[in-house]
Write a new protein. Structure first.
Length: 554
């Protein structure tokens, strides 16, 4: 009997976390990659700019990788490409806005010339190796988002990407229910679905709700209006611009990333800006207060963003005035709550009227709640189900939800990054593991900061550093100069002279002891100094600074 054909799904990122989404689909010697995103550093990843997925598996199978398809233009789906393309240059398929935003990023990193970008439209099917990949429109918090259906010799895989069911989307482009149902009717082997909001019952509200809230707020505002939101939420930007136009206000955009997105989306026809509505910041500052809206970044309290600078009175061109109405049209991403709360406090202190998350309708999510997730499962009717795009508990919740809908438990896989899910037409199992994980990017260094460097950074950030410099004559074994102690981030030396002097004495004694015992190995001497000084400082201060002995030889 001929061997049954097998298909492997290998998540390389995005499972057990929100961010750095990337999924490999493998059939024989052919690999298709879905999305290639980044993640922002977690607490404790000191100095790290971004985190990208470890693509060792793809590099080891370089010749098999046929292409990368993108679901939409968010950072957690396209953000790693500027780094990955340098190692793996294969054709990239995406819708016009997605590739427009990607192109902007590639240009910034100076790799735009090398990329092979193929524009697709919803309902297009492209052949990539043995795969026929179909793009299916979905609603999300960015226009031009798609799910993908991968037709393989083993069966059809549907990957939802990020989606929501919005019956009244701002751009009028509704999720392609018809096509999803048609695929379901014909038979889908595996559904991979967005788990971000699985903990929320009911339906996610339509983006149009925010438009209604904007309208209400604009009607009441007597002076300036400042709206902070995600730079990439083109629907939201559209509603802000449309509402401003309706109330005869001009719009000035502040923040580089938002200006970039507005330029690209406008150029590609995804953003409709009435003639004369956009003005430069200088002009906006000259207009009467009831004639302007500022659109800006900083809805997450990011330290360098426009809103944060304004709140701290640190922005060169815009200062917050009593009477300003400030709308924070976003919800803080977990971990950012404190930053955002502090910014809101600052804005209130300056006399502004702040409308934020607690007020309903000022933000809606781009992800599906439970009823929408159920609808997706009912439309697609998959044989196997794999929750993706979520932290571990969300994947578990999503698996439970699928089970209540009649998918047998043994047909549901809660997987981890790197696990290989292997399917035949009838069966599915977890079949081993490949390398997966995270690569930290710091400045120009990609992957050169690992756990050891992070551990040192943590120690330095908590208790500081002491450097002990001593000059020794090797032949005589005598201390010629020092020991001198320099410290940073440990104690304020001028107010701790006695402690530092005592510390110097302890080092001196340790060195003498080494000499008496005939110790001449530098490494052994350094270790002695570290031990003695470490113990002394801990006794006196209950702190453990990093101790760095430097021996100079004469
Ligand atoms: Zn998204
Ligand atoms: Zn996402």
């Amino acid at each position: 009997m001929a061997k049954e054909p097998k298909l492997a799904l290998i998540p390389l990122g995005g499972l057990g976390e929100i961010g750095k989404n990337i999924m490999a689909v493998r059939f024989g010697e052919n690999i298709l990659v879905i999305d290639c995103g980044l993640m922002f550093p977690e607490e404790g990843m000191l100095g790290i700019d971004v985190v990208i997925p470890d693509i060792t598996y793809l590099l080891e199978n370089k010749d098999a990788v046929r292409g990368i398809v993108l679901t939409h233009g968010h950072e957690d789906h396209i953000g790693a490409l500027p780094y990955v393309l340098k190692q793996l240059n294969v054709p990239i398929y995406g819708t016009r806005l997605t590739l427009g935003l990607l192109q902007g990023k590639l240009k910034e990193q100076g790799v735009a010339g090398e990329a092979n970008l193929e524009v697709v439209k919803p309902r297009d099917t492209v052949t990539i190796g043995p795969f026929k990949v179909e793009f299916i429109r979905v609603s999300h918090s960015i226009p031009d988002a798609v799910a993908v259906a991968v037709h393989t010799p083993v069966g059809v895989i549907v990957h939802t990407g990020d989606f929501k069911i919005d019956q009244t989307p701002v751009d009028g482009e509704v999720t392609d229910f018809y096509r999803l149902a048609q695929l379901g009717e014909r038979g889908v082997l595996v559904l991979l679905s967005d788990s971000t909001n699985v903990e929320r019952p009911g339906y996610t509200m339509s983006e149009r709700m925010v438009g209604a809230t904007f309208d209400e707020t604009f009607r009441q505002a007597k002076e300036r209006i400042i709206i902070a939101t995600f730079a990439s939420n083109v629907h939201r930007l559209q509603q802000a611009i449309t509402t401003a136009h309706r109330y005869d206000r001009k719009v000035a955009v502040i923040g580089r990333s938002m200006i970039n997105v507005i330029n690209i989306a406008h150029e590609l026809g995804y953003l409709h800006i009435p003639e004369g509505t956009l003005v430069e910041l200088e002009e906006a500052n000259r207009l009467p207060k009831n004639k302007v809206v500022f659109l800006c970044t900083g809805s997450q309290g990011e330290p360098m963003s426009a809103l944060t600078r304004m709140a701290l009175g640190d922005h060169r061109q815009v200062e917050i005035l009593p009477g300003d109405t400030i709308i924070i049209s976003a919800t803080p991403i977990p971990g950012n709550e404190k930053l955002v709360a502090r910014i809101i406090d600052q804005l209130f202190k300056q006399g502004a009227h702040v409308i934020y998350e607690a007020v309903s309708g000022i933000h809606v999510s781009g992800h599906p709640s439970q009823e929408e997730l159920k609808l997706m499962i009912n439309l697609v009717k998959p044989r196997f189900f794999v929750p993706v795009h979520g932290e571990y508990r969300m994947l578990i919740k999503h698996a439970e939800l699928a089970r209540t809908m009649g998918i047998p438990a043994e047909h549901i896989f809660v997987a981890e990054n790197g696990q290989v899910l292997e399917f035949t037409r009838r069966s599915g199992r977890i079949a081993g593991r490949v390398t997966a994980g995270r690569v930290l990017v710091d400045g120009l260094g990609v992957g050169d900061v690992g756990n050891i460097v992070l551990r040192d950074r943590r120690q330095l950030s908590q208790d500081g550093i002491l450097i002990v410099v001593v000059t020794i004559n090797r032949e005589l074994g005598q201390v010629m100069a020092g020991p001198d102690i320099v410290s940073r981030g440990f104690v304020y030396v001028r107010e701790s002279e006695q402690l530092m002097e005592e510390a110097r004495q302890r080092v001196k004694e340790a060195l003498e002891k080494c000499n008496d015992r005939g110790l001449s190995e530098w490494a052994a001497i350094k270790s002695q100094v570290r031990d003695v000084l470490g113990k002394f400082l801990y006794e006196k201060t209950r702190r453990r600074p990093m101790i760095l002995p430097i021996i100079m030889e004469v």
